[in-house]
Design a binder for this molecule. Structure first.
Ligand code: HEM
Length: 225
């Protein structure tokens, strides 16, 4: 077998792929938040940004395919590793030794599926615009898709805003353990910095949660829109 292929099929290779694809997705979540925060700059800032993203279709589709590949690799490797772990330990320990692990660490597969469910809903809502089409059809005075109006009209509906808060709680709960763990898998940590990375992961996921959740809350409270 080709040596590289052997590595990718081994447990350690799958773990490395899961970690690397996870970190790519964390990069997207950070960049996406920076773009979304433009909502505080008003309709022209957000709509101009959304229009610019679509300006070079080859770049947009290149980035979308890259992200899609990262999502596929992340899901495939995590499910395979979970199955392998279960096969290696068919009988659950009577006493779950959880003193050294956190709730986020023990529920990564579950929170991962919640993130996936949230992502499907989010794409149907804002990208395919089929979930709530009544809020996503407007164009602004310059004839651009009115992303600002779409987001504001959507989050003025408490059930939609609430669904997003829950979805983003799942995303950030997943990242709470995922970031530090990925850094460790990829060998970025050192014995002395392992706790520091875990703390950095927790702080980053908390900051992402506050940044994302501020948007539906500001709209619901009438501070934006
Ligand atoms: C307040 C929270 C959020 C808002 C307001 C928001 C807003 C948007 C908007 C407006 C779009 C469509 C862009 C366009 O087609 O012009 C979009 C797409 C997308 N969002 Fe979000 N988003 C939020 C949270 C998230 C989170 C937490 C994630 C990741 C877990 C995420 C992942 C995506 C993805 C993957 C796309 C598709 C990008 C593409 O068009 O290829 N979003 N989002």
């Amino acid at each position: 077998m080709v040596p590289g292929l052997w590595f990718l099929r081994s447990s350690i290779g799958k773990k490395a792929l899961m970690a690397a694809s996870g970190l790519v997705l964390v990069g997207f979540v950070m960049a996406h938040l920076a773009g979304n925060l433009l909502i505080y700059g008003g309709p022209s800032a957000l709509n101009a940004y959304a229009e610019k993203l679509r300006h070079v279709p080859a770049l947009l589709w290149g980035a979308r395919l890259f992200l899609l590949a990262a999502v596929a690799v992340h899901i495939a490797t995590s499910v395979q590793l979970a199955i392998e772990n279960r096969r290696a330990r068919p009988q659950r320990y009577r006493l779950q030794r959880s003193a050294e692990t956190t709730l986020a660490a023990r529920t990564m597969l579950l929170s991962g599926f919640l993130v996936l469910a949230y992502l499907v809903y989010h794409l149907l809502h804002f990208t395919f615009r089929t979930a709530h089409p009544e809020f996503s059809r407007a164009t602004d005075a310059l004839g651009r898709h009115d992303v600002y109006a779409m987001v504001v009209l959507s989050f003025q509906q408490p059930p939609i805003a609430f669904a997003y808060v829950l979805g983003m709680a799942a995303v950030c709960f997943h990242l709470n353990h995922g970031i530090g763990s990925a850094a460790q898998t990829l060998g970025l940590t050192h014995e002395r910095t392992i706790r520091l990375w875990a703390l950095a992961g927790r702080l980053l996921s908390f900051a992402l949660f506050i940044g994302y959740v501020s948007i539906p809350l500001a709209i619901l409270l009438g501070l934006v829109g």
